[in-house]
Design a protein around this ligand. Structure first.
Ligand SMILES: [Zn+2]
Ligand SMILES: [Zn+2]
Length: 276
């Protein structure tokens, strides 16, 4: 199916002003309004998750923000309930020593997406897989993604190709890692996200030994993914309400990138707000 022809009226990947790196002044309501203006009827918020005892102000809010996050989004959920279904979730990594935090967040929220960004959150010398990775990082990224998916706690694998941004040569190790991730998504039936942030934020293409490609979605990864029995989901990964308004342009850009691969997209919403 062509990306350009998709009528996607749901988005499960939306951030807020609480993460220290997106739009700092946009309110939660600004996101809801921008989404509704562009035809979104099911809007999932998935802010970068806090971890207990972790301070990473440029990446995520602290644990103490949780009540305010739920209360602000809960009010909007009520206010717009006739026009838009609002879900409250988080984007979490998988770290064995923080899995209890993820379990607690899963319990209190509507859904959790797996976005494996950093090698660690417990050390100030952390690095981000999208910018620095190498073979060792690729293997570590893959191990954590696989273990995360095996927990059954994560509803979507966000930007599975994130680590492809961390190198300029997609060597055999990266290819093997991509196969293992796709295999695991097939096995666990976890939808894989085509993430728009690598195009909307990291403007232009990265120069690889294999040619120019977006950080993510990285065509080299999706050429592998299309060989598996997997379902794909679009994720705007909005860090700014304006991303909703630029949706059509972004869809067209990505259409050119992946349309010929024959990926199967989920066209109906598959996550809903829990009854409370
Ligand atoms: Zn992410
Ligand atoms: Zn995100």
């Amino acid at each position: 199916m062509n990306l350009r022809d998709l009528d996607v009226y749901f988005n499960y990947h939306t951030h807020t002003n609480r993460n220290g790196h997106g739009n700092r002044t946009a309110t939660d309501e600004d996101y809801v309004r921008a989404a509704m203006e562009t035809g979104i009827r099911i809007l999932g918020f998935s802010e970068h998750c806090p971890y207990q005892g972790v301070s990473q102000p440029m990446a995520r809010p602290g644990w103490d923000v949780i009540p305010e996050y739920f209360s602000s989004l809960g009010k909007l959920k009520e206010k717009y309930r006739d026009r838009c279904e609002i879900l409250i979730g988080f984007e979490c990594e998988y770290y064995p020593n923080h899995i209890d935090d993820v379990r607690k967040l899963k319990e209190m929220s509507d859904y959790i997406i797996l976005g494996q960004h950093f090698n660690t959150v417990d050390n100030p010398d952390f690095y981000c897989y999208a910018f620095r990775c190498g073979d060792e990082g690729a293997l570590e990224y893959t191990e954590n993604v696989l273990k995360g998916l095996d927990t059954g706690m994560y509803d979507i694998l966000a930007h599975p190709d994130y680590f492809f941004g961390g190198t300029n040569d997609i060597d055999d190790v990266f290819v093997e890692c991509a196969h293992r991730i796709c295999q695991k998504c097939e096995e666990t039936k976890t939808p894989m996200e085509i993430n728009f942030n690598g195009v909307s934020w990291h403007a232009g293409k990265n120069q690889y030994k294999q040619g120019p490609h977006y950080f993510y979605p990285n065509r080299l990864f999706w050429e592998i993914a299309c060989k598996y029995d997997i379902r794909c989901v679009i994720g705007l990964d909005a860090h700014d309400p304006d991303v909703f308004r630029r949706r059509e342009t972004l869809f067209n850009m990505l259409s050119e990138e992946v349309d010929d691969l024959g990926l199967e997209f989920l066209t109906e919403p598959f996550l809903h707000a829990k009854e409370r």
